[in-house]
Design a protein around this ligand. Structure first.
Ligand code: PEP
Length: 252
Protein backbone atom coordinates (compact mmCIF):
# COMPACT_ATOMS: atom_id res chain seq x y z
CA UNK A 1 0.00 0.00 0.00
CA UNK A 2 1.59 3.29 -1.14
CA UNK A 3 1.15 6.52 0.80
CA UNK A 4 -0.76 9.33 -0.91
CA UNK A 5 0.26 12.98 -0.79
CA UNK A 6 -0.93 16.32 -2.04
CA UNK A 7 1.85 18.90 -2.11
CA UNK A 8 1.49 22.59 -2.94
CA UNK A 9 4.18 24.44 -4.85
CA UNK A 10 3.83 28.15 -4.13
CA UNK A 11 6.53 29.05 -6.68
CA UNK A 12 7.57 32.74 -6.46
CA UNK A 13 4.44 33.86 -4.63
CA UNK A 14 3.58 34.99 -1.14
CA UNK A 15 4.13 37.65 1.49
CA UNK A 16 4.15 37.43 5.27
CA UNK A 17 0.55 38.64 5.37
CA UNK A 18 -0.84 36.50 2.55
CA UNK A 19 1.01 33.36 3.77
CA UNK A 20 -0.50 33.74 7.21
CA UNK A 21 -4.02 34.13 5.84
CA UNK A 22 -3.57 31.17 3.47
CA UNK A 23 -2.12 28.83 6.10
CA UNK A 24 -4.64 29.76 8.78
CA UNK A 25 -7.45 29.02 6.34
CA UNK A 26 -5.77 25.74 5.37
CA UNK A 27 -5.32 24.72 9.00
CA UNK A 28 -9.10 24.94 9.40
CA UNK A 29 -9.52 22.41 6.57
CA UNK A 30 -6.73 19.85 7.10
CA UNK A 31 -6.97 17.67 10.21
CA UNK A 32 -3.93 16.75 12.27
CA UNK A 33 -4.13 13.16 11.07
CA UNK A 34 -5.53 11.82 7.86
CA UNK A 35 -5.03 9.15 5.23
CA UNK A 36 -3.34 11.58 2.80
CA UNK A 37 -0.23 13.64 3.55
CA UNK A 38 -0.56 17.35 2.91
CA UNK A 39 2.36 19.76 2.49
CA UNK A 40 3.35 23.13 1.05
CA UNK A 41 6.68 23.93 -0.63
CA UNK A 42 7.34 27.59 -0.03
CA UNK A 43 9.94 30.25 -0.90
CA UNK A 44 12.92 29.80 1.43
CA UNK A 45 12.64 33.18 3.22
CA UNK A 46 9.26 32.07 4.57
CA UNK A 47 10.40 28.76 6.07
CA UNK A 48 10.60 30.16 9.60
CA UNK A 49 7.14 31.69 9.36
CA UNK A 50 5.69 28.49 7.92
CA UNK A 51 7.38 26.39 10.59
CA UNK A 52 5.89 28.63 13.28
CA UNK A 53 2.40 28.33 11.85
CA UNK A 54 2.41 24.64 10.89
CA UNK A 55 4.44 22.97 13.64
CA UNK A 56 2.34 20.21 15.21
CA UNK A 57 -0.32 20.41 12.49
CA UNK A 58 -1.26 17.91 9.80
CA UNK A 59 0.46 20.01 7.13
CA UNK A 60 4.12 19.50 6.32
CA UNK A 61 6.40 21.94 4.53
CA UNK A 62 9.39 22.07 2.29
CA UNK A 63 11.32 24.06 -0.30
CA UNK A 64 11.19 24.22 -4.09
CA UNK A 65 14.85 23.64 -4.86
CA UNK A 66 18.14 23.11 -3.01
CA UNK A 67 21.77 23.66 -3.79
CA UNK A 68 23.68 20.66 -5.00
CA UNK A 69 26.50 21.87 -2.74
CA UNK A 70 26.78 21.51 1.02
CA UNK A 71 28.55 24.79 1.75
CA UNK A 72 31.11 27.20 0.44
CA UNK A 73 31.47 29.92 -2.18
CA UNK A 74 28.13 29.46 -3.96
CA UNK A 75 26.55 32.89 -3.70
CA UNK A 76 22.79 32.82 -3.65
CA UNK A 77 22.43 29.09 -3.04
CA UNK A 78 20.61 27.55 -0.07
CA UNK A 79 21.75 24.14 1.15
CA UNK A 80 19.48 21.24 2.02
CA UNK A 81 20.85 21.22 5.56
CA UNK A 82 19.84 24.89 5.97
CA UNK A 83 16.32 24.07 4.84
CA UNK A 84 16.16 21.07 7.17
CA UNK A 85 16.99 23.33 10.13
CA UNK A 86 13.54 24.87 9.68
CA UNK A 87 11.77 21.56 10.15
CA UNK A 88 11.21 21.12 6.43
CA UNK A 89 10.42 17.60 5.28
CA UNK A 90 10.32 17.98 1.48
CA UNK A 91 12.48 19.40 -1.30
CA UNK A 92 11.26 19.65 -4.87
CA UNK A 93 14.10 19.02 -7.34
CA UNK A 94 14.07 19.07 -11.13
CA UNK A 95 10.92 21.15 -11.50
CA UNK A 96 10.55 22.02 -15.18
CA UNK A 97 10.88 25.72 -14.38
CA UNK A 98 14.28 25.04 -12.82
CA UNK A 99 15.25 22.87 -15.77
CA UNK A 100 14.09 25.27 -18.49
CA UNK A 101 14.64 28.74 -16.97
CA UNK A 102 17.67 28.08 -14.77
CA UNK A 103 19.32 25.40 -16.87
CA UNK A 104 19.31 22.53 -14.39
CA UNK A 105 20.58 19.52 -16.33
CA UNK A 106 19.76 15.91 -15.45
CA UNK A 107 23.16 15.72 -13.78
CA UNK A 108 22.53 18.81 -11.64
CA UNK A 109 19.05 17.61 -10.69
CA UNK A 110 20.47 14.28 -9.52
CA UNK A 111 23.13 16.11 -7.49
CA UNK A 112 20.39 18.22 -5.86
CA UNK A 113 18.39 15.07 -5.17
CA UNK A 114 21.39 13.50 -3.47
CA UNK A 115 22.00 16.67 -1.45
CA UNK A 116 18.36 16.67 -0.28
CA UNK A 117 18.53 13.04 0.81
CA UNK A 118 21.82 13.71 2.54
CA UNK A 119 20.02 16.25 4.74
CA UNK A 120 17.19 13.76 5.42
CA UNK A 121 14.71 15.71 3.30
CA UNK A 122 12.25 13.77 1.14
CA UNK A 123 13.04 14.78 -2.44
CA UNK A 124 10.17 15.22 -4.86
CA UNK A 125 11.93 14.41 -8.14
CA UNK A 126 10.08 15.99 -11.07
CA UNK A 127 10.09 14.67 -14.61
CA UNK A 128 8.01 15.55 -17.65
CA UNK A 129 8.07 16.24 -21.36
CA UNK A 130 7.52 19.49 -23.23
CA UNK A 131 4.74 20.01 -25.75
CA UNK A 132 7.18 19.62 -28.67
CA UNK A 133 8.46 16.37 -27.21
CA UNK A 134 4.93 15.09 -26.66
CA UNK A 135 3.87 16.00 -30.19
CA UNK A 136 6.94 14.26 -31.57
CA UNK A 137 5.90 11.09 -29.72
CA UNK A 138 8.94 11.32 -27.47
CA UNK A 139 7.23 11.35 -24.05
CA UNK A 140 8.55 7.97 -22.94
CA UNK A 141 12.04 8.61 -24.29
CA UNK A 142 12.25 11.86 -22.31
CA UNK A 143 10.89 10.29 -19.12
CA UNK A 144 13.31 7.39 -19.51
CA UNK A 145 16.27 9.77 -19.87
CA UNK A 146 15.24 11.78 -16.81
CA UNK A 147 14.56 8.82 -14.52
CA UNK A 148 17.55 6.83 -15.79
CA UNK A 149 19.83 9.66 -14.68
CA UNK A 150 18.68 8.90 -11.15
CA UNK A 151 18.53 5.12 -11.52
CA UNK A 152 22.16 5.09 -12.65
CA UNK A 153 23.03 5.51 -8.97
CA UNK A 154 20.92 2.46 -8.03
CA UNK A 155 17.17 2.09 -7.48
CA UNK A 156 17.70 1.95 -3.72
CA UNK A 157 18.13 5.69 -3.58
CA UNK A 158 14.45 6.05 -4.55
CA UNK A 159 13.44 4.38 -1.30
CA UNK A 160 11.47 6.89 0.75
CA UNK A 161 11.45 9.50 -2.02
CA UNK A 162 8.62 10.82 -4.17
CA UNK A 163 8.47 11.09 -7.95
CA UNK A 164 6.30 13.66 -9.73
CA UNK A 165 5.20 13.39 -13.34
CA UNK A 166 4.59 16.92 -14.57
CA UNK A 167 4.04 17.28 -18.31
CA UNK A 168 5.49 20.71 -19.04
CA UNK A 169 2.61 21.53 -21.39
CA UNK A 170 0.19 21.17 -18.48
CA UNK A 171 2.01 23.31 -15.91
CA UNK A 172 0.28 26.62 -15.30
CA UNK A 173 -1.52 26.37 -18.63
CA UNK A 174 -4.94 25.22 -17.43
CA UNK A 175 -4.48 22.23 -19.75
CA UNK A 176 -4.50 19.02 -17.69
CA UNK A 177 -3.39 15.59 -18.84
CA UNK A 178 -6.32 13.22 -19.10
CA UNK A 179 -6.42 10.60 -16.39
CA UNK A 180 -5.52 8.01 -19.06
CA UNK A 181 -2.48 10.04 -20.18
CA UNK A 182 -1.35 10.46 -16.59
CA UNK A 183 -1.83 6.76 -15.83
CA UNK A 184 0.16 5.77 -18.92
CA UNK A 185 3.11 7.98 -17.98
CA UNK A 186 3.03 6.91 -14.33
CA UNK A 187 2.87 3.22 -15.26
CA UNK A 188 5.79 3.74 -17.63
CA UNK A 189 7.86 5.40 -14.88
CA UNK A 190 7.00 2.72 -12.33
CA UNK A 191 7.86 0.04 -14.87
CA UNK A 192 11.21 1.67 -15.53
CA UNK A 193 12.05 1.62 -11.82
CA UNK A 194 10.71 -1.96 -11.54
CA UNK A 195 13.23 -3.13 -14.14
CA UNK A 196 15.87 -2.26 -11.53
CA UNK A 197 13.98 -3.09 -8.35
CA UNK A 198 10.33 -4.22 -8.28
CA UNK A 199 9.94 -3.66 -4.53
CA UNK A 200 11.19 -0.06 -4.70
CA UNK A 201 8.90 0.58 -7.68
CA UNK A 202 5.85 -0.86 -5.93
CA UNK A 203 6.38 1.38 -2.89
CA UNK A 204 7.27 4.56 -4.80
CA UNK A 205 4.64 7.33 -4.63
CA UNK A 206 4.28 9.06 -8.02
CA UNK A 207 2.40 12.38 -7.94
CA UNK A 208 0.77 13.99 -10.95
CA UNK A 209 1.29 17.73 -11.50
CA UNK A 210 -0.07 20.07 -14.15
CA UNK A 211 -3.14 22.26 -13.68
CA UNK A 212 -4.68 20.04 -11.01
CA UNK A 213 -7.93 21.56 -9.77
CA UNK A 214 -10.66 20.43 -7.41
CA UNK A 215 -12.77 19.64 -10.47
CA UNK A 216 -10.30 17.18 -12.06
CA UNK A 217 -8.39 15.88 -9.03
CA UNK A 218 -10.58 12.93 -8.07
CA UNK A 219 -10.51 11.43 -11.55
CA UNK A 220 -6.73 11.80 -11.80
CA UNK A 221 -6.09 10.45 -8.30
CA UNK A 222 -8.33 7.44 -8.95
CA UNK A 223 -5.80 6.06 -11.44
CA UNK A 224 -3.93 3.06 -10.01
CA UNK A 225 -0.45 4.55 -10.45
CA UNK A 226 -1.32 8.13 -9.45
CA UNK A 227 -0.58 8.61 -5.76
CA UNK A 228 -1.66 12.22 -5.32
CA UNK A 229 -0.67 15.55 -6.78
CA UNK A 230 1.88 18.34 -6.96
CA UNK A 231 -0.20 21.48 -7.20
CA UNK A 232 0.96 24.95 -8.29
CA UNK A 233 -1.59 27.70 -8.86
CA UNK A 234 -4.44 26.01 -7.02
CA UNK A 235 -2.33 25.64 -3.87
CA UNK A 236 -2.55 29.42 -3.36
CA UNK A 237 -6.29 29.19 -2.65
CA UNK A 238 -6.98 27.41 0.64
CA UNK A 239 -10.45 26.05 -0.17
CA UNK A 240 -9.35 24.81 -3.60
CA UNK A 241 -6.18 23.19 -2.27
CA UNK A 242 -8.07 21.55 0.59
CA UNK A 243 -10.66 20.21 -1.87
CA UNK A 244 -7.82 18.72 -3.97
CA UNK A 245 -6.37 17.16 -0.83
CA UNK A 246 -9.78 15.66 0.02
CA UNK A 247 -10.04 14.27 -3.50
CA UNK A 248 -7.00 12.08 -2.82
CA UNK A 249 -8.78 10.45 0.14
CA UNK A 250 -11.75 8.13 0.33
CA UNK A 251 -14.97 9.38 -1.34
CA UNK A 252 -17.15 11.27 1.17
C1 PEP B 1 3.72 23.02 -10.50
O1 PEP B 1 4.19 24.12 -10.35
O2 PEP B 1 4.36 22.04 -10.11
C2 PEP B 1 2.41 22.88 -11.11
C3 PEP B 1 1.96 21.68 -11.35
O3 PEP B 1 1.74 24.04 -11.41
P1 PEP B 1 0.18 24.19 -11.82
O4 PEP B 1 -0.62 23.32 -10.86
O5 PEP B 1 -0.12 25.64 -11.64
O6 PEP B 1 0.05 23.72 -13.22
Amino acid sequence: MRSKSVVGNWKLNGSLASNEALLKALLREIPRQGPVACAVCVPVPYLAQVQGLLQGSGIGWGCQDVSRFGKGAYTGDVSAAMVAEFGARYAIVGHSERRSIFGDTDEVVVAKYTAARGAKLTPIFCVGETLDEQEAGRTEAVLARQIDALLAGGAGQLNGSILAYEPVWAIGTGKTATSAQAQQAHAFLRGRVAQKDPAVAAALPILYGGSVKASNARELFAMPDVDGGLVGGASLVAEEFAAIWRAAGPAQ
